[in-house]
Design a protein around this ligand. Structure first.
Ligand code: AMP
Length: 175
């Protein structure tokens, strides 16, 4: 989990390359296979319907021979999505080792996204997304913690290689 600019894509790529995880980014999947209506809502910065997202993740899990060793990027994003995921754990369908939370400061996000220079990455938009992210994410992290899920808080203000090493150390990953 992490706001746009925290480095989710970069870190997911490094982890997937080095540890061979199955990787699912709901945002990427939507950009590639979403309906025109879904694309419109994404462009407007809206969060998509929980049931649509859950169906996508469910189908992805069904497509795997082994649904473990999985890295989810951008999911869960809402409490109903968390509840569904924890339900899958309860059913024994998957096990959940933990959540990587890429915590990043407003200043660093702003610097990174302004460098990226996408047309929706204005200072005001970044600031708004930051407020929204904090409002939506902090309750999810609290909810997960209350349900016994390990949260790995990583200082994502650092350079990508350092962030990557901190994730590896925090999860005690070995090749
Ligand atoms: P991302 O690539 O993770 O930043 O996602 C891009 C966009 O896809 C988001 O702004 C949402 O509109 C949509 N999206 C991706 N994942 C989810 C999710 N788990 N729940 C709802 N909407 C999502």
């Amino acid at each position: 989990m992490g706001i746009a600019g925290a480095g989710k894509g970069t870190q997911s790529k490094l982890l997937t390359e080095n540890f061979g995880f199955h990787y699912l980014s709901t945002g990427e999947l939507l950009r590639e296979y979403g309906t025109p209506e879904q694309h419109e809502r994404m462009l407007a910065g809206e969060i998509l319907d929980d049931q649509e997202i859950i169906t996508m993740v469910d189908e992805f899990l069904l497509s795997l021979d082994d649904p473990n060793n999985l890295l989810l990027d951008g999911f869960p994003r809402t409490i109903p999505q968390v509840e569904w995921l924890l339900g899958q754990v309860q059913k024994g369908r998957i096990s959940l080792d933990g959540v990587i939370h890429l915590a990043v400061s407003r200043e660093v996000v702003e610097k990174r996204l302004l460098l990226r220079g996408r047309n929706d990455d204005t200072s005001e938009a970044i600031s708004r997304r930051f407020d929204e992210y904090e409002a939506a994410t902090l309750p999810i992290l609290t909810y997960l913690k209350q349900h016994g899920v390990a949260i790995h808080d990583i200082n994502a203000d650092q350079e990508p290689a350092t962030v990557n090493q901190d994730i590896i150390d925090s999860l005690s990953l070995s090749k």
